[in-house]
Design a protein around this ligand. Structure first.
Ligand SMILES: [Zn+2]
Length: 303
């Protein structure tokens, strides 16, 4: 058996592996951040070099899961794009195959049956894909022994949206959420729900109505927050008011992001945004302005 890859973060008995589904995932700057001003990015070329293609004027994201081992259990946060899903409106996602995702999960020492909990921070198409896979013409849960946690408010919202228009959110509700509910493996959770010893559900509304994160306390006292799309890119640490073009309530999303950044700066929390092309980041506030500082695998800020 191949050696298990070292975790991307290992802090106080908690480990996190990034499991890549697609990297980079490239979006035009003003498509993802309609309010973005290029001059703000240009002033931070060194800081943002892995997160912005300055020549192409695009934002670079990873579509990935975070495999968190905490409190004695294995938690997979967000499940990316998946395979074989009909996504005609985005060709790079449409019925894709041979992504290598399950092999990369194995490299992190995890088989699908080893996942205890799948947490969907929200139910956007690029966060639910590997919830299910195609078996004998049917969509079945990829993680056979897992409980799948979904924020109650998000599930209520997307259930209503999909009933109104099945094509909404690239049609992902029918192939990536509904089969999990029908298998009996889905749990609706509310903020404060305890996922494991030291790990609980954090409300992060605005990007979607019921987005949640995973708030993890480690034995060393450092906290980690896996924060979904509350932050898409470190650019938004520099300008928290720039919500994405995909946010259901951009004003609320910005308020949630600012609150998260204030907490991270004051309590030295390690933030793990879903699409971050780095293990994690801490937040500094020199002169009152937020700045991201990327972390090494021990979680130490690389200032
Ligand atoms: Zn999203």
């Amino acid at each position: 058996m191949a050696a298990t890859a070292a975790p991307d973060l290992a802090i106080g008995g908690v480990t996190v592996h990034r499991v890549i589904d697609m990297d980079p995932f490239v979006l035009p700057l003003n498509f993802i951040l309609p309010q973005a001003e290029r001059a703000v990015l240009d002033a931070e070329r060194a800081l943002l070099k892995d997160h912005v293609d300055f020549d192409a004027n695009t934002i670079l994201l990873a579509v990935q899961s975070h495999l968190v081992r905490a409190g004695g259990i294995t938690i997979l946060v967000d499940t990316c794009v998946g395979e074989m899903k009909p996504r005609p409106r985005r060709s790079e996602w449409d019925r894709r195959a041979a992504s290598g995702y399950i092999a990369r999960l194995a490299a992190a020492g995890c088989r699908p049956e080893d996942v205890d909990v799948v947490l969907c921070t929200h139910l956007h198409v690029d966060h639910v894909g590997w919830n299910t896979q195609l078996r004998d013409g049917r969509w079945v849960p990829t993680f056979p022994k897992a409980r799948y946690l979904m924020g109650r408010a998000d599930l209520d919202h997307w259930t209503a949206e999909a009933a109104r228009d099945p094509a909404v959110n690239h049609g992902s509700f029918a192939d990536s959420v509904l089969p999990v509910i029908e298998s009996g493996q889905a749990d609706r959770v509310d903020p404060g729900h305890v996922v494991a010893d030291g790990a609980s559900i954090l409300p992060l509304p605005g990007h979607t109505p019921g987005q949640v994160g995973l708030d993890v306390e480690t034995a060393s006292g450092t906290r980690l927050v896996v924060c979904g799309d509350a932050i898409h890119t470190p650019v938004q640490v520099l300008r928290p008011e720039w919500s994405s073009g995909f946010c259901s309530d951009p004003t609320q999303a910005a308020a949630t992001r600012r609150g998260l950044l204030e907490r991270a700066a004051s309590d030295d929390v390690v933030l793990i945004p879903a699409h971050l092309r780095a293990p994690g980041m801490r937040v500094r506030r020199p002169g009152g302005q937020f700045r991201p500082v990327f972390c090494g695998c021990d979680g130490a800020a690389q200032d």
